[in-house]
Every structure is written in C-alpha cells, then in structure tokens.
Design a protein around this ligand. Sequence first.
Ligand SMILES: [Ca+2]
Ligand SMILES: [Ca+2]
Ligand SMILES: [Ca+2]
Length: 255
Amino acid sequence: MAITITHDQATSTGGDDYLSWWEGEFVTGDHPDNTGGFYPGMFSGSQYAMSSGVAGHTAGFIASAPAGETLDYTFMDSPAHTLYGDLEKLEFGDQIGGGTSTPYSFNSGPELTVDGLDLSSGAVANNQIHEIVYGLMQGDATELENFLNTEDLTVNGSSGDDVINGYAGDDTLTGNGGDDTFLFDLYGNAGTIGDDTIEDYEIGDDVVDISAFDSYSDTVVGSDLEIEVFDASSNSQGTVTLVGIDDVNDVTIAA
Ligand SMILES: [Ca+2]
Ligand SMILES: [Ca+2]
Ligand SMILES: [Ca+2]
C-alpha cells in the first residue's frame, strides 16, 4: 500500500508545513516521566500514544499497528527500551483522549494522518520504527521525514485552507478546495523535491511557494505547467507540474 498523507482538517500553521509546526507545538519539557502509553496493554498494543507534557501544550501523536498486529516495547529485555513490531499509521493532533477502556483518539479528530507506512521490525536496537517514534517522543519528526523521503506519496488537503507539502519522492498533491499553499522545500536528508504534481491548482486561490529555492524556470508541457526549481549553482532540485494550467501568469508563485 502506498503512503497517503491526509490533512483531516484545516490547521493554522503560520505558513509552516504541518510537521515543522507540530514539532514546535509538541513540547515535553523536563518531564522524563511522560513516556506515553500503549492501548490496550502495558508494553504492547494496537496503539502507542503520547501527549505534550507542559502546561499550555496539548499536541500529541498516536501510532497504530495494522489490524491484528501490535506495537511492542522491550522494557528491560535486551535490547532495553526499544520499540518494535508493526507500524501502519501515525496521527497528529490536539488533546488525546481514550487509552484506558477505549482506543486513543483525538478529542476533535486528527489534524494530519500518515497512513500506509507498512513498517515491521523485530526487537532490534535502533530499528526504524523505534527511531521514528523515539524522535516524535522528543518532538522531532526528522526520522519520519527521512522515511517519507524514500517514498512517492499521495498528499490530500482538507476542504479548508491548508499548507500542503511532499517530500523527496514524486508526490501527488491535491488541495481539495480552500486557499491552499503548496509548499516546496527540502526536508530531512532530501536533496531534491522529486517530480511532484499538483492535481487541482485553483487560480486566484492557491499559492505555489518555492521561496526555499534560488531560482526557477517554467514551461508548458501539453496542457500542464511545469516549474523547475534550482539551487544557487543552478542545479535542478526537482519539478512541480500543475495539471490543467497552461499560463504561468495564472499562478501565484512565492519565489
Ligand atoms: Ca484545501
Ligand atoms: Ca485550493
Ligand atoms: Ca516530492
């Protein structure tokens, strides 16, 4: 299954991409006792979730195994303090409820869902699931971003105003209505944005933000507009194709 990122609801991120913004919202502070929890078990379950541990910060994340599988924690068994098992979905949002008699969920629903991760690991030190989730536990999405850089993603906006971004692969982005900003940048270890496609660019409403790059060129290919972005040395760092747009003057570009 391919990885799909869904903006479940429009979220005010101040122009940041969602995960960068979430990194600032998720604050654990000096709360080493806040280690999150599993549902339904003590050290194993279909879900693992963690909330911010500082007053005024209520952001959190919920990690889920695929149906019938579990996420597990070694605790004191070797390799100690290691998360492993199966990871299918990560949800990000505000104010987590449940976790005792009912599954974890966000009180107002998730803000961003990353589904189809399809990761599986035995109880091995520093395995990929552990690295991704351990990073999130510290408010650091870099390991997740580095994994997303290895895949071609489907990214779907909400009906509201979203900041929508892909990663280093060839991603398909859809705004789904609202005044959307399609934000292109290099995340984690990315050296390219890949060859991305915006399926539903809305003239007058949406923005293509390529301000992270030093220059760009544009060309019409068939009935689509292709924008190529470059670094300071004029090395290509990838392309963005706007389906059904045949005039660059119709596009609001933040460069
Ligand atoms: Ca939208
Ligand atoms: Ca839109
Ligand atoms: Ca991409």
